[in-house]
Design a protein around this ligand. Structure first.
Ligand SMILES: Cc1cc2nc3c(=O)[nH]c(=O)nc-3n(C[C@H](O)[C@H](O)[C@H](O)COP(=O)(O)OP(=O)(O)OC[C@H]3O[C@@H](n4cnc5c(N)ncnc54)[C@H](O)[C@@H]3O)c2cc1C
Length: 343
């Protein structure tokens, strides 16, 4: 999959114009998490009239959490869904066109790029910003969803601070689980790592570090099969039910927090075979830019970042993608103007 310059000449279409049955826009942004909505803000202020296709999780991952205390500017913290509503309103104030549609097909083989949404709407664009994020893999328990943000978390960097002096559980057996378990010992009085097998997939050095940590205990051969909790005075988890993967025996364990650390899945299926990814499916961007291997397609946020995975880093790269797209479009327009003059 080599990088290609579909055609250096972009026909001078107008925003909203219907071309061959497709509504055309200069710039479309896929995704409405911190990356997509920051790109939308910058692009709207650059007068690019971006259309944002918000996808199946409008507002992105932060809409499934409660307090966000590490986003600069909100000194008292803010609820995740409320913060994302502010992001959206700020972008809309400058003309961003936010639509609740999920893109289920893309054709990036030539420009303008073609998209189809789950509502059957056909669109095309000169430039595309991909901000589709990465979803934390979860246990798929109803109780886990119910207590998400109320004791259950998928991000130790984000929520570890809330567990000072408390007892927490970490589920997983890979490097992420080891990293999170170690990190949480900075706050928690005790961290219990729960793994469904009796050997870890994580690298030896990470495992050794965790096993040497006096605050960490390990339960092997067990799955979390339920999260239990209280509703009064406030909703919060109080423990879990574990089931032995060897004997099937179940038992309850008390805990103040449960961190699911079984990996992330970048939302890149729709680009399969069209955009370059690493072995884990994350989009590859060039150097310090947001350029992908397809000219005119830019990627930002968690979909291209498996290292930092924070709202502020996603927002920062959303800003970069909008600036990259704006400059790229300007070069195309100059080129078009030159071609028209010659013609
Ligand atoms: C429980 C939890 C708590 C967290 N707490 C914090 C915190 O306190 N502080 C912090 O900094 N970070 C926190 N994070 C991490 C943070 O949420 C992410 O780093 C950030 O949301 C990434 O932003 P993003 O815009 O790249 O992607 P996301 O927020 O994942 O947004 C992806 C967007 O893409 C859309 N999408 C996906 N596929 C398509 C498609 N085919 N078509 C159109 N749209 C599509 C989705 O609908 C969604 O809007 C937390 C994460 C979790 C899971």
């Amino acid at each position: 999959m080599d990088s290609h310059n579909a055609s250096p000449f972009v026909p001078p279409h107008h925003d909203g114009e219907v071309i061959n049955g497709r509504e055309h826009h200069k710039l479309i942004i896929m995704g409405s998490g911190p990356a997509g909505l920051t790109a939308a803000l910058y692009a709207a202020r650059a007068n690019l009239k971006p259309v944002i296709l918000e996808g199946n999780v409008p507002g992105g991952q932060l809409t499934i959490t409660t307090d966000v205390e590490n986003y600069p500017g909100f000194e008292k913290g803010i609820m995740g869904p409320e913060m994302m509503e502010i992001f959206r309103r700020q972008a809309q104030r400058f003309g961003a066109d936010c639509r609740f549609e999920f893109v289920d097909e893309v054709d990036l083989s030539q420009r303008p790029f073609k998209l189809k949404t789950d509502r059957g709407n056909l669109l095309s664009c000169d430039a595309l910003i991909v901000a589709t994020g990465a979803s934390a893999r979860l246990l798929n328990l109803e109780s886990e969803t119910f207590y998400m943000g109320y004791g259950v978390s998928a991000c130790a960097t984000c929520d570890g601070f809330f567990y000072r002096g408390k007892e927490v559980l970490v589920v997983g057996g890979g490097d992420t689980a080891m990293e999170e378990a170690n990190y949480l010992t900075r706050f928690a009085s005790k961290v219990t790592l729960i793994h469904r097998r009796d050997v870890f997939r994580a690298s030896k050095i990470m495992v050794d570090r965790v096993l040497a940590n006096p605050k960490v205990e390990v339960i092997y051969d067990a799955n979390v099969v339920n999260v239990i909790g209280d509703h009064s005075p406030v909703k919060s988890m109080t423990g879990v039910v574990l089931r032995s993967t060897k004997t099937g025996e179940t038992w309850e364990m008390k805990a103040d927090g449960l961190f699911i650390a079984i990996g992330h899945k970048p939302n890149t299926e729709v680009f399969h075979g069209q955009l370059q990814t690493d072995t884990n499916g994350y989009l590859i961007t060039k150097g310090k830019s947001t350029y992908t291997n397809v000219d005119g397609v830019f990627a930002c946020g968690d979909v291209q970042d498996h290292v930092y995975r924070q709202a502020v880093s996603a927002a920062g790269s959303g800003c970069m993608a909008a600036i990259d797209a704006e400059r790229w479009l300007e070069v195309q327009e100059h080129h078009n103007a030159g071609m028209s003059a010659v013609g």
